[in-house]
Design a protein around this ligand. Sequence first.
Ligand SMILES: C[S@@+](CC[C@H](N)C(=O)[O-])C[C@H]1O[C@@H](n2cnc3c(N)ncnc32)[C@H](O)[C@@H]1O
Ligand code: SF4
Length: 472
Amino acid sequence: MEFSELINLAQNRKNDFFEMQKLGLHCNSGEFIPAGVHYPPITHYPDIEYKKMYENYIPPKDGLIDLYVHFPFCSKCCIFCHYPSQYNDSKENKDKYLNALEKEFQISLNNLGLKQFKTRSILIGGGTPTDLSSKQLEKFLKFFTKYTDLSNNPQFNYDVSPHTLIGNEGLERLKILKDYGVNRLTIGVQSMDDNVLKIMNRPHDKIQAIESIENSMNMGFQTNIEFIYGHPGQTLESWYEELKQIVQIETHEYQFYRLKIDAYGDQQGNIKQFKNNHSSLFPKPQDTIMMKQMVFDYLKTFGIQENLRRVFTKDKKYISKYAYNQCCMQYDQIGLGLTAFSSLRDRFVLNTQNLNEYYSRIENNLLPFNRGYVRDKIAQQRWAIILPLKNWNISKNRFQQTTGEKIENTQFYPIIQKLKEYDLINEDDRKIFLTAKGGFFSDEVVGLFYEKKFIPKPKEFFNEGPLNPYLI
Ligand SMILES: C[S@@+](CC[C@H](N)C(=O)[O-])C[C@H]1O[C@@H](n2cnc3c(N)ncnc32)[C@H](O)[C@@H]1O
Ligand code: SF4
């Protein structure tokens, strides 16, 4: 598809964006307000008394959980990144973390009365969980597989940066991952434009990113590659050039993230300051909207479509099971490591973000969480709407199982009816789902189900229209 044709199609979405601003749904500054990943947002989780956190918690009947492990190490700091990490840290510090992490596995299993975690899916993330020597990587996988039951054949995914998968060292790491049962890699390519990669301060260039993808595919890993749009240095033209190259890459899944300037976690990265100093490098919000629409229209011509929010595949079976299980099925998920969270059926547990506090908790045989939230009835209903609606659809049966209530009988059903009038939501006997337009503005639509005090932007950011989140 030619550039001009793609731009023509994207113009329609730009008009929708202006209409959403008029209706009060989209904030007037055009900023992106990420929503629907956790509810309530992480920044609002209160301190919680240690004993209360797991009080009355009932593990799932089938014993299956989705497991996350966090590694807070990276070689350098990417400009867009909000995740807390240690940069270019020493071997000794990484060893210290590995020892504490192993102990956290033991404490956590003990807390749940288990010998092993029986896994439905696994995500090892960070940071860069491959920012370890081969020996350290093997040490981790050895104890990880000791404490984890893989007999359910889970999707076992590592979230990594390309520079750790290239050259002899990279091949050695890949072999170790394979030997221990890792079957999927998510590679943060971020951009196919070396100029943008430089602005991002990424530890790799385009050629190295391609090498890492080829290594991963050649070794038989299911491979997912991630990109950011709306980033400084990108224009509509340069994004078109990137898209042309992206679809040529042989892989299973493509993820496209709109640049987050305000994070939904506690830590804010350097990108805000960077914007203050280099605002001319940033695409305008309406151009970023067009970049997003270009992804849909261009990939469609290659048979690649959105099969989970912002996740594009030819075949639905390649989507991230971890994301699907957590956001759409709302199964119990346990997180271990610094900053990791556990998202359980009726509560959310958040590990500390402070490395010293993490070590001191573990030394004292305590789980390293310091904040959390046990949802009340209404918060549970909001959670059971926001996450599945944002990420795919609300199954009416599942909603009833999760909340004990029929969705039609809740205070939220009138909002759903109103959104139907604006062609943002639809429903049938079994489910409630976003339309194409609603899916495009999914972050803003699910924001309408937030309790007012959790809406990330103040009232004056929105027009006083019928879809204003403070007035609905
Ligand atoms: C947890 S990050 C880890 C990625 C991995 N360490 C790497 O650098 O390749 C997962 C993904 O979130 C996306 N991401 C991170 N920061 C972002 C931001 N500020 N805006 C949009 N997407 C972002 C990136 O595409 C990234 O690959
Ligand atoms: S994007 Fe990845 S490699 Fe870059 S700082 Fe963040 S976690 Fe580390």
